[in-house]
Design a protein around this ligand. Sequence first.
Ligand code: GLN
Length: 401
Amino acid sequence: METKNTTANSVNSVADLAQSLAGQSKLPKVGTTIFTVMSGLAQQEGALNLSQGFPDFDGPAPLLERVQHYLTHGYNQYAPMQGVPALREAIATKVQDLYGHRPDPDAEITITSGATEALFCAISAVVRPGDEVIVFDPAYDSYEPVIELCGGTAVHVPLLPPEFAVDWNRVESVITDRTRLIITNTPHNPTGSVWSAGDMATLAELVLKRPIYLLADEVYEHICFDGVPHESLCRYPDLYARSFVVSSFGKTYHTTGWKIGYCVAPAELTTEFRKIHQFNTFTSNTPIQYALADFLTMHPEHHLQLPDFYQAKRDHFCALLGESKFAFTKAAGTYFQLVDYSAFSSENDVVLAERLTREAKLAAIPISVFYKDPPDAHYLRLCFAKDDATLERGAQILCDL
Ligand code: GLN
């Protein structure tokens, strides 16, 4: 009898416990990400998926061969917590070749489980309760939840259409004594805009005289078009001294599902970063790290040719969309093209994205969800990291609207 009562009581208390967790969520505003929602809807509706950003083609064959090699030659146990040394060496060489600064592979480079993990660790390393973090809207959706988990507050500076350029006066106006971190993202997802050397100079003027850290989300560093160079924070020693620079192999090698990224940061910042990384994931996939090390060393032409590869796709897709009712300015970077649909609809972008997926069988990403205060604008984001046949099918659907 007593046992029965105990069981009944514990069932009640477990139910209460679950309910109270929902009531006291650490992230009450957070739902399921738009990428999961739109890819799920695309699958359910049998729609062409130009929403979530991922290629519909594989990474280079020699890279896949290297993974196969390491998988079948005993490289299947924990990698070092900091990442495989050969991969950190290869990254140091690449960063030096491209941006002129050679980070110390032992003290300044950490391999992570995707850029997402690196962003989490970097934000957690510096943001404390009461701190403010400046983010540029439309902002990649993983930043703010981590800021909030750390007890900080995101301060949103909008990038407004049609240029989506930074209003630096507005940035200066929101800096306070509590500003701890600014998160930059160039090339920018979802707008496809790219920062100039002038932007970096203004950023320097604002932060160098203040105790503010920088977190640079540079996952599209190798997808910058029309000969414009990527402005990495690694190029600027004064800025780098206070920066976490994050990148992802998923974008560069057409392997978003492998979830391997990295963070380059000065030694003192890396020490704090690793304290969190080692108790978050501890380390990342071993055979893939070895394979990436070989490929990065043997085939630097892959990342050097990536701008041309994606520029050809952008140009092909945009030429086809020229026949549609959409207005657009070609993306300056990333593998996303924004299109303005105001010529044929005044619908909210979330509503339109869902309707297009169900009715026209094409899925896109609405960008208002990445703004705290969405501007009165009508844009969808289309991913052009697709085979030509897919781009042609997508463009046909969009031209028929
Ligand atoms: N970064 C990818 C995009 O912008 C999606 C990543 C994700 O699904 N979390 O589409």
